[in-house]
Design a protein around this ligand. Structure first.
Ligand code: SAH
Length: 220
């Protein structure tokens, strides 16, 4: 029973619903064409539970199990657009791979993607999903992402998919010069923070109010 498998059926998900999702992202203010193309290239229905596949192209977070959610397309687009700010992502680390959706989007934009997840069965799902869409360059690791990924550091881009009360020090330490980190900060009220390592030090910019699951310690 319950053998995990990727949902590769195309049933309810026509090209039209995907095109509509991209139009909606434009209406919401996403302007980076490369980000829009990356989102258009990833079949989101593969990453959600079969029962929810017909809703895969709605702009909502959807349940993943284990009290986690697959991120809302707008938030994925907004964060990656802010992280890029028109330049290449370079060597990229994602904390909180979940089902692998955002990692797949990142993989459309850069050759080097590392993604860390603390819940083992979710990591297995991410592996399966990425394999199902033939996205083999994402390197996945079962680990506590609050510690970053020292063996692959430094990173030009770091994106965190769970909200931290404060910026994990290890992530700052693993940024390359001119590297950028984007993460939701806060507990009940959360806001996106973009942090860049400039020659004069770290520079932080605050962006949209958001709602993410919490960044937790340890692995399970
Ligand atoms: N990126 C996913 C969103 C997953 S939700 C997507 O594309 O849909 C956030 C994920 O962060 C959850 O899977 C949760 O288990 C994970 N997470 C929370 N704290 C973490 C930590 N310290 N290290 C690694 N992953 C963490």
């Amino acid at each position: 029973m319950n053998t995990p498998r990727a949902n590769t059926g195309f049933g309810m998900t026509s090209q039209r619903t995907r095109t509509r999702m991209i139009e909606r992202l434009r209406e919401q203010g996403i302007v980076d064409e490369e980000v829009l193309a990356a989102i258009a290239a990833v079949p989101r229905h593969v990453f959600v539970e079969e029962a929810l596949a017909s809703r895969a192209y709605e702009d909502t977070a959807l349940p993943l199990g284990y009290s986690q959610t697959i991120s809302q397309p707008y938030v994925v687009a907004r964060m990656i657009e802010a992280l890029r700010a028109g330049r290449e992502l370079g060597r990229t680390l994602e904390i909180g791979a979940g089902c692998g959706y955002q990692a797949a989007v990142l993989a459309q934009l850069t050759q080097e993607v590392y993604a860390v997840e603390r819940i083992a069965p979710l990591l297995d799902r991410a592996k399966l999903n990425l394999r199902a869409i033939k996205e083999l360059k994402v390197r996945l690791k079962h680990a506590d992402g609050q510690l970053g990924l020292p063996e692959a550091a430094p990173f030009d881009s770091i994106i965190v998919a769970a909200a931290a009360a404060r910026v994990p020090r290890a992530l700052l330490q693993q940024l390359a010069p001119h590297g950028r980190l984007i993460l939701p900060l806060g507990v009940s009220a959360q806001q996106l923070a973009l942090i860049e390592l400039r020659p004069e030090g770290f520079v932080e910019t605050r962006l949209d109010a958001v709602r993410f699951v919490p960044l937790l310690s340890g692995v399970e």
